[in-house]
Design a protein. Structure first.
Length: 689
């Protein structure tokens, strides 16, 4: 019997899993009681992981133009074509599009190859769609992409605010922890701020059903009161000056709630000794998402409710290793280990990697990357472990771009994906249960994903595939790893290299791990260095020191509504998001029959008034259209929606419902600072189908 303590590959909660395969090949899983993220709990997706490990539908062998070939032939072919494009058109003509599903070791290798040796920064990731606004918020406020809180803080707070976060469905085990904390301490208040009445509201003392996209108004108005009554932050006159223009009545009008509700919420915040604000896609996926993040962080900086137990702004990541991707520099606008495109950092990376080819300028972010492919400027793209033909906004335009791209390489687990259909060359990657490496969850906790299954067919680790490609491109020496342990130690060493403490991300304490120590590594929160050998639960505990050094900044935020505005032709606002039992584009969870039972078809949530106005009946089909495309979904009439606002899940792909792809409707409007698309608001019309 093979068994392993490993980590769930779905959401950013990062639950520990004990998995084992018996002699008959049956895989069973249970929650890991020793893992500090979940203490043995699992949600329905995690509990069904054993049902996703079969080989039906797996991509098991390399392919070139649809023909099965050897690894040597596939790598030679891909390397030769990439080299020819680089030689003829320069390094900016190639791009990688990676995934928060990759392990840190895979991500590190891909980022190193692109930014360190090919010499362009065109590596971006599906995490751009998920939390890049949160990154901008932290960097502007703290000078570092540093999440200050831990999950244990939800058990120690007095007021817990969930905004733009349906944790009950998207982060279920964290939600269970919050529910258990509420049961143990009923005096802990929970406020949910969300246009929809979601399942998360079941444990809330108050639900503020604000107008879609109006969140920042609520926070900016509160900042003015903190300035008057409880300010713990010198300076920041710009942020306070803007806030003073937002009276209670103006906030109530902007947010579409009563002034009494706003006043009560403000009282709750001001009177609670410890406050946490948890936020995710409802904040981040906005044309002003970065500003919304800073509007939240401003409240905690101004009130001093940060850097101590039960306090702080806490962005929840969507994916198992979105944080690891941030750490290795997997976003096109940052370098490895949270370094920036500044001369000192570029030189530092060059010294560490022994390369004179370090990218000097930021690369293309997800939406603009596929635009550049469509214009013919990027002539080769390597997609790793993600499905942009379904998940990116204006996904039909993404498909057109991929169809015209001279070279599309796809590293995948599944044989049939919407994006894989466009591939000239396909590499079979290892899946969960076979992979070996690390991930970092929302609370900065690094955990091991350990293998308990043999590699099937010719499937290989992503880091190995990248290293082999690097050798074909002439960079053998820098990619000579034999095991993910070597990749991880190199990454850890880089985090401490010439780091005088200015860079918050520092795991140099793990750089000297032996192979056995790496295999046995227990979950640990960074920083892990000489000052924090056992890791650290919280950052900014020395807040006044950070403030003195000028590291803490409040950002002046002027609240803005979504760019998508309704009109006579498109009178409704469509929100998109996750449902409880599916993951991303369903390439894995769609294969598990019991996970398909919860919501088996694309669904459209509609308020009863809108259903009556547009002639929609429960369980009947509706056609939803935007200027970019249309979809068909089953109608769910529910008072959980605000009138004028619809909701549809983001998951369905061509295989499960060709006409159920919601991203065919979503406009590629992005936040100017983060490049994150405004996936939460699209102006649409609806009619019976
Ligand atoms: Fe996996 Fe997230 Fe569920 Fe935990 S909460 S079991 S990490 S999907």
């Amino acid at each position: 019997m093979n068994a392993a303590r490993t980590t769930c590959p779905y959401c950013g909660v990062g639950c520990g899993v004990v998995a084992q395969r018996d002699e008959r090949g049956v895989v069973t899983v249970r929650g890991d009681e020793r893992h500090p993220a979940n203490f043995g709990r699992l949600c329905v997706k995690g509990a069904a992981l054993g049902e996703t490990t079969g080989l039906a539908g797996r991509l098991l062998y390399p392919e070139v133009e649809g023909e099965r070939v050897s690894w040597a032939r596939a790598l030679d072919e891909a390397g030769g074509r990439l080299r020819a494009i680089i030689d003829q058109h320069g390094p900016q003509a190639v791009a990688f599009y990676a995934s928060g599903q990759l392990l840190t070791e895979d991500y590190y290798a891909a980022n190193k190859l692109m930014k360190g040796f090919i010499g362009a920064a065109n590596i971006d990731t599906n995490s751009r769609l998920c939390m890049s606004s949160a990154v901008v918020g932290y960097k502007r406020a703290f000078g570092a992409d540093a999440v200050p809180c831990s999950y244990e803080d939800v058990e120690q707070t007095d007021l817990l605010i969930l905004v733009g976060a349906n944790a009950a469905w998207a982060h279920p085990v964290l939600y269970q922890r919050i529910a258990a904390a509420k049961q143990a301490r009923p005096e802990m208040k929970i406020v949910v701020i969300d246009p929809r009445r979601t399942a998360t509201c079941d444990i809330a003392d108050k639900h503020l059903a604000i107008k879609p996209g109006s969140d920042a108004g609520l926070f900016v108005g509160l900042l003015a009161l903190i300035d008057e009554q409880a300010c713990d932050f010198d300076g920041a006159s710009d942020a306070f000056a803007v806030a003073r223009e937002w009276s209670l009545e103006r906030v109530a009008d902007f947010c579409g709630v009563t002034a009494d509700d706003v006043a009560r919420f403000y009282d709750d915040f001001l009177s609670a000794p410890r406050v946490m604000t948890l936020y995710t896609m409802g904040i981040n996926q906005s044309s002003s998402g970065s500003d919304k993040c800073n509007a939240i962080i401003n409240l905690h900086l101004a009130s001093g409710k940060i850097g101590r137990p039960g306090c702080g702004p806490f962005s929840l990541t969507g994916q198992p290793n979105a944080m690891g991707g941030r750490e290795v520099g997997g976003l096109a606008n940052q370098l490895a280990c949270h370094m920036n495109f500044e001369p000192a950092d570029i030189a530092r990376l060059g010294r560490f990697w022994g390369s004179e080819r370090i990218a000097h300028t930021p690369g293309l972010m997800a939406v603009e990357l596929f635009d550049a492919i469509g214009r013919g400027e990027v002539k080769a793209v390597w997609v790793m472990g993600t499905n942009p033909a379904v998940s990116l906004p204006d996904s039909d335009r993404v498909r057109t771009a991929l169809a015209a791209c001279p070279l599309v390489i796809v590293s995948e687990v599944a044989a049939q994906t919407d994006t894989g259909c466009f591939a000239h060359i396909r590499f079979p990657a290892l899946a969960w249960g076979e992979k070996n490496g690390t991930v970092t969850n929302s609370e900065r906790r690094i955990s091991r994903q350990r293998p308990f299954l043999d590699a099937p067919g010719d499937a290989r680790a992503d880091w190995w595939i990248v290293a082999q490609m690097a050798q074909r491109l002439g960079f053998s020496e820098a990619f000579g790893w034999a095991h993910p342990h070597e990749v991880f130690c190199e990454h850890a060493a880089l985090s401490g290299f010439e780091n005088d403490g200015a860079r918050a991300f520092d795991i140099s304490g793990l750089a000297g791990l032996s192979r056995a120590e790496y295999d046995a590594l227990e979950p640990v929160q960074w920083p892990i260095n000489a000052a924090n050998p056992q890791g650290a639960a919280r950052l900014l505990t020395q807040r006044r020191g950070w403030r003195k050094e000028g590291k803490l900044q409040m950002v002046a935020v002027t609240p803005q509504l979504p760019q998508a505005q309704v009109n006579a032709q498109y009178p409704l606002l469509l929100n998109t998001g996750r449902i409880r039992d599916q993951w991303h584009t369903m390439t894995r969870t769609g294969e598990v029959p019991r996970l398909m039972q919860h919501i088996p078809l694309p669904q459209l949530d509609v308020h009863p008034e809108d259903a009556a106005r547009y002639g929609l009946f429960p369980q009947a089909l509706a056609r939803v259209s935007s200027p970019l495309g249309w979809m068909v979904a089953k109608v769910n009439v529910t008072a959980a929606q605000r009138p004028g606002a619809l909701f549809a899940p983001m998951h369905w792909n061509d295989r499960f419902a060709r006409q159920g792809r919601v991203n065919a409707l979503v406009a590629p409007v992005v936040d100017p600072h983060s490049g994150q698309p405004e996936s939460k608001q699209t102006a649409v019309r609806v009619e019976a189908w």
